[in-house]
Design a protein around this ligand. Structure first.
Ligand code: CA
Length: 495
């Protein structure tokens, strides 16, 4: 029966090919370097600020599982995202190009802009790896896309701004989000308390009934555990995307206990006149004022956020345990990060978009088997992850990529790979150049909507804008020039 043979051949040949190529790769690996790690486990949280993690110094929110990874890997204290909200940040580190190179500033896939060039996961797939994502790696609406996944009528529409060819397989993790059963409150835009619990990009806290598996992140961890066991004998690039602590702040009740009563939560210091030296577009899009959140609601927002972080940390623990159980910890590179940071009331700012450090910096831990644990204060960018992991795994280098191989920092954390980190907030037409000592933020490409300059040694919390200070005019001018040069250089690309 020719048709059946064709079908069998169609299945058989690629299988033979992949067995042969994996066999060759395994031989190469053992011949060249039997110690070479070759799996990549990329764990990314959504809207997570480093300041909420105990390994970054938070005394209230305990994150033992992420801390355990930090204790055996390299923890970066100055890693920056390339855009301060989901869509462009994720499109950037997955494609290997800056947002101003691709023009991807919104919530869309980078694919139309990069043609057939391989994304990060796809480069590994093209080199014989099993490549998969669980839940949100490229942009996916939270909570909308996560809820839609749970709705059988909308079941096919919930891949978000995903890129199908990046993956051998992909899996979504639908969840109830703000509709979860439990005690919920809308904190934002609800001064009289009459608004019900709502969806969308709104500050909502739900102390949920039931266990971890009710929620998207619980299901994501469970699926990742299964995939690790199923694919432990072949090289894999596995992306595990947790959606917490993105709003709504939803977690099982037990995760809230350390943060009750909410009145015990501490808010950042509020300085009178703090906004007086901030240009108008530098006032964040969400503030205590425009969200109409009084002190009680602000403290509950912090507690709700921390509970979501603690819940997400527990899911990270399940995934890390699977690596140990599958006995592949010694040949798997583990990366933990977030797509951008988050404000928790600093300057009365909330959420993302801002280019202050709380929002533009990200937590980043890279754990490579055989390398010593360390803390690295060097400036690096999320866009560096693609070329760095390709190098560590011995994959072909690609000149076109705009990130840098920062793997030397994993051997010597005192090295300096970058003079500055670069990030943008496209919806504010805002740019950040972050050097060791200085943070320079500019609004509009020509600076016509103002700028901020901070001495990060003297003023790490960024209270005193020095842009008008004649003593620092030269520094401001130098950084304005280096920003223009950076934009020029990244626009010079192969796209
Ligand atoms: Ca995000």
């Amino acid at each position: 029966m020719p048709a059946l043979w064709q079908e069998k051949k169609a299945l058989f040949l690629p299988l033979m090919f992949s067995l042969l190529s994996w066999g060759c790769m395994a031989l190469n690996c053992s011949a060249e370097n039997s110690e070479r790690p070759y799996n990549v486990l990329f764990i990314i949280s959504d809207d997570l600020t480093a300041t909420a993690l105990s390994c970054y110094g938070n005394q209230v929110c305990h994150t033992p599982n992420i801390d355990s990874l930090a204790a055996r890997g390299v923890r970066f204290t100055r890693a920056y995202c390339q855009a301060t909200y989901c869509g462009p940040s994720r499109a950037s580190f997955m494609s290997g190009y800056y947002p101003h190179a691709t023009g991807v500033f919104g919530y869309v896939s980078p694919r139309p802009k990069i043609g057939d060039r391989a994304t990060w996961a796809q480069h590994f797939k093209n080199n014989g790896y099993y490549s998969a994502r669980v839940s949100k790696i490229y942009h996916m609406g939270v909570p909308g896309g996560i809820e839609e996944g749970a709705d059988p009528k909308k079941h096919n529409n919930h891949h978000g701004a995903d890129d199908a060819v990046s993956w051998t397989e992909r899996f979504n993790s639908p969840g109830p989000e703000w509709r979860a059963l439990g005690d919920g409150e809308t904190l934002e835009g609800n001064p009289n308390g009459k608004k019900p619990v709502v969806g969308g990009n709104t500050f909502v806290v739900v102390e949920a009934d039931g266990d971890d598996l009710v929620h998207s992140d619980g299901k994501t961890a469970a699926k990742a555990v299964d995939l690790i066991h199923e694919h432990k004998d072949e090289p894999f690039w596995l992306g595990v995307g947790f959606v917490r602590p993105h709003v709504p702040f939803v977690a099982p009740r037990s995760y809230y206990e350390p943060f009750l009563p909410y009145s015990s939560m501490q808010l950042p210091e509020k300085l009178p006149g703090d906004w007086d030296d901030i240009p108008k577009p530098g006032i964040n899009y969400k503030t205590s004022l425009n969200m109409k959140m009084d002190l009680r609601r602000q403290k509950k927002a912090v507690g709700g956020y921390y509970a979501s972080v603690a819940f997400m940390d527990a899911q990270v623990g399940r995934v890390l345990k699977a690596l140990r159980d599958a006995k592949i910890e010694d040949r798997t590179i583990v990366i933990f990060t977030s797509d951008h940071g988050y404000h928790l009331g600093e300057h009365d700012f909330w959420a993302k978009v801002s280019l202050h450090d709380e929002s533009a910096a990200v937590p980043l831990i890279i754990c490579v088997p055989g390398k010593k644990p360390a803390v690295c204060h060097g400036l690096i960018e999320l866009i560096d992850l693609y070329p760095t992991t390709a190098k560590l795994c011995g994959l072909p280098a690609q000149e076109r990529l705009q990130g840098q191989d920062i793997s030397p920092l994993l051997d010597d954390p005192t090295l300096e790979v970058r003079d500055a980190a670069f990030s943008v907030a496209p919806m504010r037409k805002a740019f950040l150049m972050r050097e060791d000592r200085w943070a320079y933020i500019q609004y509009n490409e020509n600076g016509s909507a103002g700028a901020e300059l901070f001495d990060m040694q003297e003023d790490p919390l960024q209270y005193k804008n020095l842009i008008e200070d004649p003593k620092h005019a030269k520094t401001a001018e130098r950084m304005r020039a280096s920003l223009a040069e950076k934009l020029n250089s990244l626009r010079d690309n192969d796209l």
